[in-house]
Design a protein around this ligand. Structure first.
Ligand code: HEC
Length: 249
């Protein structure tokens, strides 16, 4: 077979294969698994944790870069999972101003310079009613949120809340049904990411330094009336190291 004909045959084969892929293969279409160099580059440029502080040993660097692009450029994981997200001034009581002390005329197409609170990056601790965003930085075994890749895929695809076995002190565990589902986490949207993209997010999370949140599940959240804990059991004090605002009234 001439090279061109062979190429056309292969292309047709791929086309037919993708046209007849079963719906269960939709998350893993190989056509969508290509590495985008520009996303890798952008991912490293926008990671609040600089590349030099990421643990890249044994990891696919392209996947870590794309993971950062998805986590920091597209999905805003940090908006919920880092608290406070910005930390220009520890006396601030509102979660921080990303731009204090930084140039007000930043270029609109370069990476944004902001005052990320890198010590608490993705360490959780922010309350949404009775639900506290979890620490999704790696644990001492290097597993983000104590989750293996398989468990992470399950969480992102089904919202299954697997955490009570690791964090039984979270007051939410006392009121959750036996097969709890994450309530605030936008997993119905993340469900539709490809396997490749979820694996990239996991690779990036795995490369982060360990992080300890100001608030832990044991501190509780103010809760909705009558649920979980109330504001009297809500430990959320501002200290020099943990500049939390007062609980919402
Ligand atoms: C709108 C806020 C919000 C966003 C955005 C968000 N999360 Fe979450 N996530 C939460 C909250 C709150 C919880 C835990 C409580 C719940 O949802 O019921 C959670 C739970 C999780 C868990 C379960 C952890 C465990 O202990 O089992 C994982 C994993 C997770 N998030 C990863 C992510 C990733 C990765 C992103 C970005 C791609 C993200 N989240 C974006 C709010 C958010």
């Amino acid at each position: 077979m001439k090279p061109l004909t062979a190429l056309m045959t292969v292309s047709l084969g791929l086309l037919l294969a993708s046209a007849f892929a079963s719906p269960s293969e939709a998350h893993d279409s190989s056509a969508r698994n290509e590495i985008s160099e520009s996303q890798v580059k952008e991912g490293y440029a926008i990671s609040p944790i600089p590349k030099a502080q990421l643990n890249l040993r044994g990891k696919n660097r392209d996947m870590v870069g794309i993971g950062s692009y998805l986590v920091n450029g597209a999905s805003d994981c940090s908006g919920c999972h880092s608290f406070p997200e910005f930390l220009p001034d520890k006396s601030m009581s509102d979660g921080g101003d990303p731009f204090t002390g930084l140039s007000s005329d930043q270029s609109s197409d370069g990476p944004l310079l902001a005052n990320y609170d890198t010590a608490d990056y993705l360490a959780g601790g922010q309350c949404f009613g009775p639900f506290m965003a979890r620490n999704i930085a790696p644990d001492s075994n290097g597993l983000p949120a104590h989750l293996t890749l398989d468990d992470f895929m399950t969480v992102m695809r089904t919202g299954a809340d697997l955490s009570c076995k690791n964090e039984p002190s979270d007051p939410i565990c006392a009121i959750e049904p036996s097969a709890p589902v994450l309530q605030v986490m936008p997993w119905p949207a993340f469900h539709n990411l490809t396997d490749h993209d979820l694996e990239a997010i996991y690779a990036y999370l795995s490369a982060l330094p360990q992080s300890t949140p100001c608030n832990t599940p044991a501190d509780g959240c103010p809760g909705f009336s009558g649920l979980a804990t109330d504001s009297s059991s809500y430990v959320y004090a501002a200290t020099a190291d943990c500049p939390n605002p007062a609980p919402p009234q």
